[in-house]
Design a protein around this ligand. Structure first.
Ligand SMILES: [Zn+2]
Ligand SMILES: [Zn+2]
Length: 209
């Protein structure tokens, strides 16, 4: 089978997303819930001066309409409908996932689920390019409101590389600047592919959350 990346058109042997765009989508899905939560803080436009209190009602809405659209159902519906569609294609017999929690939890759940299925999506889901494009546009829309955060060191987890032949796990804290590759400063292990990152996530010690 010959396919092309649904985003950049790169010729691929099997997949519907090239490696670069699969990684980019993984990153977006990981950042999206926090971005969505932050959006709530931008619901009210910047406070107006005292002079405006009690003035005639202006044409401006007291809340930011774009934020309302995205917060109310824009983002939630988008990620949940992609999740439902991936599930429909992959497991046609399963019933759709139950919807639980508030908006923030729902976005988090759907993003996590999609991220966990990313490898399958990139390899087998014909609409992977559309999914990646829509998530990218949605992120752009939210960043336009929230503003780009200053780059911050991201904590990725702890290194899961085995460093000797008795199975000792490195365990060093992994961090990186956004967009940089993940490389352990202690043992030098690099986590470069989507597979590496999935394994890294999979073997993280359970967080007490
Ligand atoms: Zn691509
Ligand atoms: Zn290490």
């Amino acid at each position: 089978m010959n396919a092309t990346c649904g985003l950049c058109g790169e010729q691929l042997e099997h997949d519907y997303l090239c490696h670069r765009h699969a990684l980019a989508l993984a990153g977006r899905l990981e950042r999206l819930p926090a971005l969505f939560a932050e959006l709530a803080e931008h619901l009210m436009p910047r406070r107006t001066g005292l002079s405006q209190i009690g003035g005639p009602p202006g044409p401006r809405s007291p809340v930011n309409e774009d934020v309302i659209d995205l917060r109310q159902d824009g983002v939630v519906l988008v990620v949940e409908s992609w999740r439902a569609d991936v599930q429909r294609v992959r497991w046609p017999r399963h019933s759709p996932p139950p919807i639980e929690g508030d908006m923030d939890q729902r976005v988090m759940t759907a993003c996590r689920w999609l991220a966990m299925e990313l490898e399958w999506i990139a390899a087998h889901y014909p609409a992977a390019g559309d999914l990646a494009r829509e998530v990218r546009e949605m992120e752009g829309g939210m960043l336009a409101i929230v503003g780009d955060p200053p780059p911050r060191l991201q904590r990725i987890g702890t290194c899961v590389a085995v460093t000797d032949d008795v199975g000792t796990v490195c365990g060093a804290v992994l961090s990186r600047m956004p967009g940089d590759p993940v490389r352990c400063r202690s043992c030098g292990t690099e986590y470069r592919t989507a597979q590496d990152l999935l394994l890294l996530r999979h073997y993280q010690p359970r967080e007490s959350a």
